[in-house]
Design a protein around this ligand. Structure first.
Ligand SMILES: [Zn+2]
Ligand SMILES: [Zn+2]
Length: 256
């Protein structure tokens, strides 16, 4: 089975899964590698939440697991790093001072709020919110681009109260093209994040039309991640991702 390049363990504030359970499940599924990519979001605005990793503990735990399971699976020491305009130097220092194998860059914050929370959607139209999200993401990438893959590029769509009924990628064509062109020029891959499928959506993040556009603009490599926060969800929806990759003749990026 395809390796999972986006999984959260209890080093993330929003997961209680032990890294050992994650690795064991990936072995059970027959994955050659598993990337553990816990959350590090600088300047997080949500009160009571702390998306900051204890890195000493993180690296020693992942190193121990790598030795324990060295004959069975390769463990990729990853991170999901929040892209925010005002955290440029913190992100730079973090990447400089830690030997990550794999870095996902992603945007979780729009207008100083996480659209995961229903309060964000008060008095907002989907169209305006989605556009603002893409603009915020673009500025985030312009501010910091030392990462391997762009995580769940249209994350915000997951949490709209209207679900996917009003979402048309064409409405955001210019800004989406700008983001895709920028990442392609910087050799940043596009992630196909399948968490949406577990939530009942008919498309992953980003929408299949964005993945198609990535290819049209010259993108070649994608990464595939379930964004699982439990061992149970590892690899969920990878059959759909594989179909999309085959249809658009894309390649899957892997760490050697
Ligand atoms: Zn994320
Ligand atoms: Zn994630």
């Amino acid at each position: 089975m395809l390796s999972d390049y986006h999984v959260h363990s209890n080093f993330s504030f929003d997961s209680e899964e032990s890294p050992d359970n994650i690795v064991s499940r990936a072995i059970e599924l027959g994955m050659p590698c598993i990337a553990i990519t816990d959350h590090q979001d600088f300047n997080w605005p949500v009160e009571g939440e702390f998306p900051y990793i204890d890195f000493d503990n993180y690296f020693s735990t992942l190193d121990e697991l790598s030795s324990k399971y060295e004959d069975k699976i390769k463990i990729i020491k990853g991170i999901e790093l929040g892209l925010v305009e005002d955290a440029k130097s913190q992100c730079q220092n973090l990447i400089k001072n830690n030997a990550f194998d794999f870095v996902i860059g992603s945007c979780h914050i729009v207008d100083n709020m996480d659209p995961y929370y229903s309060g964000f959607w008060k008095n907002r139209k989907d169209r305006d919110a989605f556009e603002l999200y893409f603009k915020t993401l673009l500025n985030g990438i312009k501010s910091f681009d030392r990462f391997d893959t762009l995580g769940h590029m249209d994350y915000i769509v997951r949490y709209s109260p209207n679900k996917d009924t009003n979402y048309s990628v064409l409405d955001y064509r210019d800004i989406i093209d700008e983001i895709l062109t920028l990442i392609i020029s910087k050799n940043i891959k596009l992630e196909i994040n399948t968490a949406n499928l577990a939530k009942g959506f008919s498309f992953p993040n980003p929408h299949t039309d964005i993945i198609k556009r990535y290819k049209e603009l010259g993108g070649e490599y994608v990464t595939v991640g379930s964004d699982a926060h439990t061992a149970e969800n590892i690899g969920y929806g990878f059959d759909v991702a594989e179909e999309i990759i085959k249809n658009f003749n894309l390649n899957i990026f892997t760490i050697k």
